[in-house]
Design a protein around this ligand. Structure first.
Ligand code: ZN
Length: 329
């Protein structure tokens, strides 16, 4: 049975108050960093709205018919929209949105709500986004659309402005850590939470010994490059086979940590807390202007990779650049 994550109580009460006073809009945009529990929250909220006997705080009972239908994924008033499996670029396609426009013209079958969950909302193709905008402009009665996005700036501004924004922040460590401690199997909770930038569910995903070993080997190569001890072309060829999203996330974390260590004596938000000494020594040898330029190049390369440019060539230029700037200083 799904439960509310401990750091989501405030948002939960706020939405329940809106519901009780009949002030729920027809579209909500849940935005915030990856791994803070937006989707779990949205599913629980959908359950809460469809449940016949929610408790006093609005939590679903888990045993009524709508709760059972939702748990088995067949509730007729709940639609979950995700990127189409047929889309090579991982987009939500226009046909899916058109199908939605059709189904939401029907009135809800059982209760007063019909719920559409759409995530990641920024993955709608251009034509899907335009079709969705039409649905938002003439919202079907009784339908609540919940858009979930880690990157709301990539949504059409006209879509954003028609949704009520609900922001999900990274929780304070004193709320995240006790929860995480009860969940992890392999890693050190504080290290994982730091590595995840404070996002607890992301930290839990990283609690995977294979993933942590992978991070170690990538980081070893990154440092070897900085010390001029390895071949950047070989490293790039190896890295091109990795999960590039994860590689870029870690890579930017390494550069940000180096910049932080140059800026202050005891940074509190280091991603790689477990490697503080290694990073500190490296930071002392590097020029902060160069580091910033490296980070900018990395962000640009990430966009280029998303635009399906040749990732191995991009990685080569980055590893060669990193070695050239960092080594021989
Ligand atoms: Zn129920």
């Amino acid at each position: 049975m799904m439960t509310l994550l401990p750091w989501q109580n405030t948002i939960w009460s706020r939405l329940q108050q809106m519901r009780d006073s009949g002030r729920l809009p027809h579209a909500l945009l849940f935005s915030g960093p990856q791994g803070v529990g937006k989707e779990l929250f949205a599913q629980l909220f959908a359950k809460s709205l469809l449940c016949q006997e929610p408790d006093s705080s609005g939590l679903p009972c888990g045993h009524c018919q709508p709760c059972h239908l939702l748990a088995s994924g067949v509730h007729p008033d709940f639609t979950n929209i995700a990127p189409d499996v047929e889309s090579k670029s991982g987009e939500i396609l226009v046909d899916t949105i058109r199908g939605l426009a059709f189904s939401t013209t029907l009135t809800s079958t059982a209760g007063s709500h019909r719920i559409v969950l759409l995530r990641p909302a920024e993955r709608m193709s251009n034509s899907a986004a335009n079709a969705f905008l039409k649905t938002l402009e003439e919202p079907p009665l009784g339908t609540l659309m919940i858009l979930i996005s880690d990157r709301p700036s990539r949504l059409l501004p006209t879509i954003r402005s028609r949704c009520q924004l609900i922001g999900f922040a990274t929780p304070p460590a004193e709320q995240a850590l006790p929860w995480l401690e009860a969940q992890v199997n392999h890693g050190d909770p504080a290290m994982l939470l730091a590595l995840a930038g404070g996002a607890p569910l992301r930290a839990l995903e990283l609690d995977d010994s294979a993933l942590l070993e992978q991070r170690d080997s990538l980081l070893t190569a990154f440092i070897a490059l900085a010390e001029g001890r390895t071949d950047p072309v070989k490293v790039a060829a190896d890295w091109a086979k990795q999960d590039l999203n994860m590689l870029f996330e870690w890579w930017s974390g390494w550069l940000i940590d180096l910049l932080q260590l140059q800026a202050v004596e005891q940074p509190v938000t280091l991603f790689n807390k477990d490697r503080r000494e290694t990073f500190k020594q490296l930071a002392e040898r590097l020029d902060s202007g160069e580091l910033q330029r490296n980070l900018q190049r990395l962000y640009r390369a990430r966009q280029d990779v998303e635009a399906n440019l040749n990732s191995q060539l991009l990685l080569e230029s980055l590893t060669i650049d990193w070695m050239g700037r960092a080594a021989n200083r």
